[in-house]
Design a protein around this ligand. Structure first.
Ligand code: SF4
Ligand code: SF4
Length: 394
């Protein structure tokens, strides 16, 4: 395993971290046995950083149980996140952290993040509630070691958040199609220049830069394939690791074999290891990706459930697939995601534009408007009316 040094505290962190949000499971909850197998393989391969969050359903408890069963808590750094929207007063901070430590079966969190910061005002609100004093007390008590934030706001606000507190680290979304998106490359450099450890999430954009890459982009990578860069995932991860400012990247690995695959890539992908010709290949892939990328949904599920039962990420995935892989492929996906073969199809035309979903989207997608685009593509005029009438008759 390749390790990088946290510039803030000198800690050695595996360049590849395990993002626990995408553990396999059912109904949005992780499967304990499969999660344990993934964690076990990750530790075996030298991964020493695990990322979870209070808001991932059942996830902290699953990670805690696996670490206890495997007896490896002291071999890994555990990161989890504060759902700041649930904090109404100082007592909530204690209540939430107590619950997290109980779920994780540990007496401390190594890396504690303010979850999904999108504007400086969110930190200002927490400061007014006394979070700075609270953090100092938790550090003194040894319950929290390092404090940071995960970011999904604008590029302009990012330096303001960076300077609002003496952070130890930050976590940003970063990948080769997102150099100018959210914190972006400028934010990566700004955080590193301030001496912070920078952790990267969504290095493969929720799999869209791996197995769901548009066909034409995929062909470019296949033609340029060489040892160590045989798959789209290898290109995407290597591109992130090419940046010396990146301390660690999180990958949401869903099987032990995926851990093996990514760990092997991590061993080779050192800072500055991509050649100019390889960067040129990536630039061509970015151009193809942008042609097919109509909605920037990462499939994180933060917007779910929709009260009308609409499968929001499934609909966007199908919509993008219809541009990347052809209309029929996307339409098939859309009708499967909308359960049209069941007695209760949930078409995007069921949307009542309540807006509940859009408020929770870290990608700031205008979900109701974009679902209308999905409807126009897959349920044009008479098709939409016929489907609606048919679903009423069933
Ligand atoms: S705006 Fe539409 S898609 Fe979003 S939660 Fe409301 S009904 Fe569901
Ligand atoms: S629409 Fe937004 S919140 Fe919903 S899955 Fe996509 S990126 Fe996540």
């Amino acid at each position: 395993m390749q390790y990088r040094v946290n510039p803030k505290n000198g800690e050695r962190i595996s360049a590849l971290g395990l993002g626990c949000m995408r553990f396999p499971g059912a109904l949005g909850r992780p499967d304990q046995r499969q999660a344990r197998d993934i964690i076990s393989r990750a530790v075996e391969r030298g991964i020493n950083y695990l990322d979870t969050a209070y808001l991932y359903p059942g996830n902290e408890a699953c990670v805690g149980a696996a670490l206890e069963e495997l007896g490896v808590r002291d071999r890994v750094l555990v990161a989890t996140k504060l759902p700041h929207g649930s904090v109404r007063g100082a007592p909530d901070l204690d209540r939430i952290l107590d619950e997290q430590l109980r779920r994780l079966r540990t007496d401390h969190v190594d890396y504690y993040l303010i979850h999904n910061v999108t504007s400086p005002g969110q930190w200002d609100r927490l400061r007014e509630l006394g979070i700075e004093g609270w953090v100092a007390r938790q550090r003194d008590a040894g319950r929290i070691r390092q404090v940071g934030f995960s970011y999904h706001g604008s590029a302009g606000d990012f330096p303001v958040v960076l300077d609002a507190y003496d952070w130890d680290f930050c976590q940003i979304q970063y990948n080769y199609v997102g150099e100018s998106y959210q914190a972006g490359t400028a934010g990566l450099r700004a955080a590193a220049a301030r001496g912070l450890a920078v952790f990267v999430m969504e290095p493969l954009l929720g799999g869209r830069l791996a197995d769901r890459l548009p066909d034409r982009a995929r062909r470019i990578l296949d033609d340029a394939s060489e040892p160590g860069l045989e798959t789209p995932a290898a290109w995407g991860l290597s591109w992130v690791w090419d940046h010396p400012e990146v301390t660690m990247l999180l990958s949401g690995m869903a099987a032990p074999e995926q851990v093996d695959e990514n760990a092997a890539i991590a061993e080779r992908a050192l800072p500055g290891s991509l050649t100019p010709a390889q960067h040129e290949v990536v630039a061509r892939v970015v151009a193809e990706f942008e042609r097919a990328n109509r909605v920037r949904c990462t499939g994180c599920n933060y917007c779910m459930p929709c009260p009308q039962g609409i499968n929001i990420p499934g609909s966007f995935s199908a919509y993008n697939a219809s541009y990347a892989h052809g209309w029929f492929s996307g339409a098939w996906q859309y009708y499967a995601a909308s359960a049209v073969r069941t007695s209760e199809p949930k078409l995007v035309s069921n949307c009542v534009r309540c807006g509940a979903c859009a408020r929770k989207c870290p990608q700031h997608i205008d979900i109701p408007a974009r679902l209308a685009d999905v409807g126009r593509r897959f349920q044009p005029g008479p098709v939409g009316w016929a489907l609606k009438a048919w679903s009423r008759l069933r």
